[in-house]
Design a protein around this ligand. Structure first.
Ligand code: G6P
Ligand code: MG
Length: 483
């Protein structure tokens, strides 16, 4: 059985909310279901979350839920006729005073007053992910008066970015606060913060989650120009998060598409070095919204992210609203497996010249070093309470599967996002300690992941079910008699 190392995050939406579709997505390889709080009601999200939990349990797999907060995305309001067409050279106004339902060919409302105070004549505004470009000629009476420099259709609620970034909206809106409470209610494994500026935004989100009694791990979406302005800014955000997302839609608009590919590689490398997971997102299989097959360029994009060791690749509109949601997951699965056949070096230099900070980190990295250098090893087994030990292990490049064994359902979901980590429900607490290794190996044997004669490495602590306690690794040869 070939285990896929690169994980797949798929967004659920109108095209993927029935029980049959969700089951098909899970069977095709969805590891994490993303619920996008920019769309849909709380009851819709509750129902999708319930279906994912129920169907995954029936299939005997663990699928994490990731709640993606809308954040302070600045949007235009609505047009009387639903949409307009702008020509290059047209004069067009964005207004904080114009009625929100009454956009016309000349003016449309916005409900973000600071846009006007944040901007100066000469600034470029990008609407609808950069499809429409306006240059500000003047700011007057609560309006930005602009000239169109790239035209096209403009419809209700399209997003607004400023070239170069720097809009001052704070990262957590009242809606986000309400959605955080929902994420806690649904026991989501991950919550993503949109447009965080720095560590303070992440700290606030974490506090709100903990106040709501959620143990969710936090994902910082890297999508503002300021977040990648220099290494210190990027590292500050990564340090304040458990995972990051290369949110290429808004980021590409703010910094320009030409910068994006290099920045993506930098973000992946920094996140992994800092013991964090990383998701590569946006338009990965965009053409599959309308087509059953990806383009060669999309195949190449997904494969290259996998070869750069991203933890996960993500689908948005492809699975939420496209015509081929299951095919899109299947295509990602196939392409990632193909990329993973490409030989990866077993001689990782990961943190080789650094000091480790913790005992469990030292054991986790030593276990991977041993596994990568001793050819008989076919699997690494990590007994884990929170998922932290396998997280550290999976930061090192390896072709070996890491099995996270835990009794904790949230942990089993959480590790579904981690590159090369596979979950198995296992509770050592009720076993005599002399049986634990054997039972753990049996769990792999039964599933066909190892065979007699293979070597495995097991890590655990002295006390069972206690996080942070990993202090030992053991090399064991799988023998006939333990089955
Ligand atoms: C399990 C094991 C413990 C170990 C712990 C590590 O609970 O039974 O012996 O200390 O995992 O958990 P962590 O969350 O730190 O990976
Ligand atoms: Mg975004």
């Amino acid at each position: 059985m070939t285990l896929r190392r690169t994980k797949i995050v798929a967004t659920l939406g109108p095209a993927s909310s029935s029980a049959e579709r969700i089951e098909a997505l899970i069977r095709a390889g969805m590891n994490v279901a993303r619920l996008n709080f920019s769309h849909g009601t709380h009851d819709e999200h509750r129902e999708r979350a319930r279906l994912v939990r129920e169907i995954a349990a029936n299939l005997g797999v663990h699928v994490a839920l990731l709640g993606d907060l809308q954040g302070p995305k600045i949007r235009i309001a609505r047009f009387k006729e639903g949409k307009i067409h702008l020509e290059v050279g047209d004069r067009f106004r964005l207004s904080t005073t114009h009625p929100l339902d009454e956009g016309t060919q000349e003016v449309v409302g916005i409900d973000y007053p600071a846009l006007v105070t944040d901007c100066r004549p000469g600034d470029e505004l990008l609407l609808d992910d950069g499809r429409i470009v306006l240059v500000i000629d003047a700011i007057a009476r609560g309006e930005a008066i602009c000239t169109v420099t790239a035209g096209g259709y403009l419809s209700n609620h399209k997003g607004i970015n400023r070239r170069g970034g720097g809009l001052s909206a704070s990262a957590l809106t009242d809606k986000d606060r309400a959605d955080i409470v929902l994420a806690a209610e649904l026991e989501m494994e991950y919550v993503a913060v949109s447009f965080p500026r720095d560590a303070r935004d992440m700290d606030l989100a974490r506090k709100l989650l903990r106040d709501a009694e959620s143990q969710a791990w936090l994902v910082a979406k890297i999508e503002r120009a300021e977040a990648v302005a220099d290494e210190a800014a990027l590292d500050g955000l990564i340090d304040a998060s458990d995972a990051v997302m290369v949110a290429r839609g808004d980021l590409g608009v703010e910094i320009g598409d030409a910068e994006l590919v290099g920045i993506q590689k930098t973000i992946i490398a920094h996140a992994r070095r800092k013991n964090k997971t990383v998701i590569t997102a946006t338009q990965m299989m965009e053409s599959m919204i309308n087509s059953p097959l990806p383009t060669r360029a999309e195949v190449s994009d997904v494969a290259n992210a996998a070869l750069d060791n991203t933890d996960a690749v993500m689908l948005s509109g492809e699975t939420a609203a496209g015509d081929f949601p299951v095919e899109a997951v299947a295509a990602m699965h196939r392409v990632c497996l193909g990329a993973e056949k490409h030989p990866t070096s077993q001689r990782s230099g990961h943190r080789l010249h650094m000091s480790f900070e913790r005992c469990d980190e030292t054991i986790a990295l030593s276990a991977m070093y041993a596994a990568n250098h001793f050819p008989g090893v076919t699997a690494v087994i990590s007994l884990t309470e929170s998922g932290y030990t396998p997280l550290i292990m999976s930061r090192i490049r390896s072709h070996l599967p890491i099995f996270a064994l835990s009794p904790n359902r949230q942990t089993l979901g959480r590790v579904s996002l981690m590159r090369g980590v596979h979950s198995i429900e296992f509770n050592p607490a009720h076993l005599p300690s002399s049986d634990v290794n054997q039972r753990a190996i049996e769990a792999l044997l039964q599933r066909g992941h190892v065979k007699p004669g293979d070597w495995v490495i097991i890590t655990k602590g002295d006390v069972y079910n206690s996080r942070g306690g990993t202090n030992s690794m053991k090399l064991l040869q799988v023998s006939e008699q333990i089955v």
